[in-house]
Design a protein around this ligand. Structure first.
Ligand SMILES: CC(C)(COP(=O)(O)OP(=O)(O)OC[C@H]1O[C@@H](n2cnc3c(N)ncnc32)[C@H](O)[C@@H]1OP(=O)(O)O)[C@@H](O)C(=O)NCCC(=O)NCCS
Length: 236
């Protein structure tokens, strides 16, 4: 884990790059950033880094205005955040995701070799020259066999940061090395720019892969939602 100042700086860079990579509408206030998740809940998703109880109370006040909002708290003190959550009308959904980073200079800048003539690597540049984005460049990468996308992911260049996102391997083709190949291809794309640090919000499955590639955890993420939403989720 890292100090709170470094974590706050990394979290701010990750949020700016990630929301630009996904073209989300964003807003910010004292102690939080928020992204409009039209692709999932249709409401604001809030991020707050090691909030004080006062900041937590203010952000929780906004989050509980709608059952479809969520608050993702970055910081090591999961028990403390869960206690605060209960006090302010929220409950925990998960604490398994982590914000991770890697020193880009330790990574390979060569495109990996696919080694199977039936597979092709499709690299796309996202957003045209005229599309306004906080990212300097955005790329998506996919490994394709015939009509099937075996694995895909994307990366955004945000100043000295490379923000990785959306890595996924088709459920029938996992543990065959495709996730690793996508990561290596995205990394080689990013290293064409003067990036120093890779950042990513990683699921449990992803964390194992990224650790193998030299990434490390900066912090767990405690995901909190309004209690009424937790009750709805329990019924599903
Ligand atoms: C996470 C995910 C992308 C991994 O893709 P993949 O193509 O199966 O990964 P790879 O085959 O390249 O795995 C490389 C190594 O990472 C580790 N790894 C990957 N998935 C793992 C898992 N579920 N459990 C344990 N280790 C895992 C292993 O060390 C693996 O090497 P090994 O198979 O020789 O042991 C895939 O499971 C997935 O799409 N999950 C759902 C979406 C998701 O969580 N995406 C990550 C978002 S951050």
């Amino acid at each position: 884990m890292v100090g709170s100042t470094e974590l706050a700086a990394r979290a701010a860079a990750w949020f700016a790059g990630w929301s630009a990579l996904r073209s989300y509408q964003t807003r910010s206030g004292p102690g939080f950033f928020a992204a409009m998740r039209l692709d999932s809940t249709g409401d604001w998703e809030y991020f707050s880094c090691a909030p004080t109880p006062a900041t937590f109370a203010t952000v929780a006040g906004e989050v509980t205005e709608s059952a479809h909002r969520a608050l993702c708290v970055l910081g090591p003190d999961v028990h403390h955040y869960v206690k605060l959550a209960h006090k302010f009308g929220l409950g925990m959904v998960s604490n398994s995701e982590h914000l991770m980073e890697c020193a880009m200079e330790t990574q390979d800048n060569q495109d990996p070799f696919l080694g199977d003539p039936e597979l092709s690597l499709v690299v796309k540049t996202l957003g045209g020259k005229r599309s306004a984005s906080a990212c300097d460049a955005r790329f998506s990468v996919a490994i394709v066999k015939g009509q099937t996308v075996l694995a895909s992911g994307s990366v955004g260049i945000y100043g000295e940061y490379a923000i990785f996102d959306g890595l996924q391997t088709h459920a029938d083709h996992r543990r065959s090395g495709f996730g690793m190949l996508i990561m290596k291809t995205l990394t080689a794309k990013a290293l064409a720019y003067p990036v120093a640090t890779g950042l990513m919000l990683a699921s449990t499955g992803g964390q194992r892969l990224y650790t193998k590639l030299g990434w490390r955890s900066l912090s767990p993420i405690t995901v909190l939602v309004p209690k009424e939403r937790l009750t709805e989720m329990a019924k599903l």
